[in-house]
Design a protein around this ligand. Structure first.
Ligand code: LLP
Length: 404
């Protein structure tokens, strides 16, 4: 994105024209940025060429998944719906891993029929259920077990998954117990150890600790896993000047790990691939000033972008047209939904705004649209993908008649 004569552009198109043409709120993605993120991710770990399975939950738009596929990535899915979408996007089933703490028998059965690369299991009961289904289908199913390494990811507590009090994975003791059970089962084949300690991680040290825990367990059970699935979690910079994940250190830690263990690495990145490739365009409906606050009431709300309300996440907001009005204002950017948490941001140094002005909520490509809902019977926004001077509508604005 860049300003040309005070008007913000995405690739070769002006946001203002997009807002006029498609209305607001509007999700807008840059093809160039998506591609660049994928290439950067590959480059960061090129020495051991991992299998990169995009975490579909970050953005499950079919056209986005097709772009992901075109760039050679696989998919990490957590439901039958996501698996169906990944397959529909043309992603090879042998590049798909199925994660999640509560896969139903129907979901497992579907995944087994589709011959996906791995079902990463998170409990003894689930492993036994996979074995049962596999046996009934006379198949041998490749599985992973997710270790909970009891590692603090040093991120928001709501998106931390690798500590012992979190519901995810199994501890070392249970892992070993399951490992012994699997040895005597004919219809499941243990191929993978998986971990995922959380999301929006900006410190490489938790990853180092996670690898140590994995290494310790492997030494204990003396088993060569064909795959080590390290999950995703790589954080992005939502605010300028904030720290970035040190990929070199993470890469080095994995290289050291691989000196001792001969496995293929799988990653499941979501946010780092699509997060900063998308924005949400919104228009100011009203400005309401009271003695304490100046409220900018937007046409986007928490149903369109849930992260601030759900996690207190901060997304930068910037104007589509910069003005030269000198006065800087203090604003609370809120949505029109009847919830106090329907608030995006408080700022104290914003250009003076007027009703009907257009704004951009930045870095909303991941967990933006995919976390959207119809709360307050609000239709989901349209979504467009920009490719240079061209654009494709990748999701039509939902119609009220479909909600009623
Ligand atoms: N693998 C597994 C097993 C996961 O649970 C997740 C995310 C990922 C991979 C991808 O993580 P990423 O690379 O995107 O950090 N809604 C929250 C994020 C929840 C993440 C859930 N799991 C947010 O908006 O920040």
């Amino acid at each position: 994105m860049k300003y040309i004569n005070n008007n913000l552009k995405i690739e070769n198109l002006y946001f203002k024209n997009l807002a006029i043409k498609f209305g607001t709120p509007l999700y807008c993605y840059s093809h160039k940025k998506l591609k660049q993120n994928i290439n950067d991710f590959k480059l960061n770990f090129k020495t051991f060429s991992p299998l990169i399975c995009f975490a579909t939950k970050a953005n499950s738009n079919l056209k986005i998944l097709k772009e992901i596929k075109k760039n050679g990535l696989g998919a990490d899915v957590v439901s039958k719906g996501e698996l169906m979408k990944a397959l529909k996007a043309g992603i090879n089933s042998k590049k798909i891993v199925f994660s999640g703490v509560g896969k139903t028998s129907e979901e497992l059965s579907y995944a087994i029929d589709k011959n996906i690369l791995l079902i990463n299991s998170e409990s003894k009961s689930e492993v036994l259920e996979i074995e049962k289904i596999a046996k009934s289908k006379k198949k041998i199913v490749d599985i992973g077990i997710r270790l909970n390494p009891n590692t603090d990811a040093n991120t928001l507590k709501q998106i931390s998954t690798g500590k012992k009090e979190n519901k995810f994975g199994v501890n070392e003791k249970t892992f070993i117990e399951i490992f012994k059970i699997i040895k005597n089962k004919k219809n499941i084949n243990l191929k993978c150890l998986s971990v995922h300690i959380g999301s929006q991680i900006l410190d490489y040290r938790p990853y180092e600790k996670m690898l140590k825990a994995v290494s310790k367990l492997i030494k204990k059970i003396k088993f060569d896993f064909e795959f080590i699935d390290l999950g995703g979690g790589m954080g992005i910079s939502y605010e300028n000047n904030k720290k970035k994940l040190n990929y070199e250190k993470y890469n080095q830690a994995i290289k050291n790990f691989l000196k001792k263990h001969n496995s293929k690495i799988i990653f499941e990145p979501g946010r780092s691939i699509i997060g900063n490739a998308g924005v949400l365009i919104t228009k100011i409906i009203y400005i309401k000033e009271n003695p304490k606050k100046n409220f900018i009431i937007l046409d986007a709300a928490m149903n369109d972008l849930m992260r601030p309300a759900l996690y207190g996440a901060r997304h930068q907001i910037i104007p589509i047209t910069k003005n030269k009005k000198k006065s800087k204002k203090t604003y609370d950017f809120v949505g029109p939904i009847c919830e106090t948490t329907d608030k995006f941001l408080s700022t104290n140094n914003f250009q003076k705004l007027s009703e009907k002005d257009l704004l951009i909520i930045c870095d909303t490509g991941a967990y933006g649209s995919s976390l959207g809902s119809n709360y307050n019977v609000r239709p989901n926004p349209a979504e467009i993908l920009i490719k240079g001077s061209k654009l494709i509508v990748i999701k039509k604005r939902q119609k009220l008649k479909d909600l009623i």
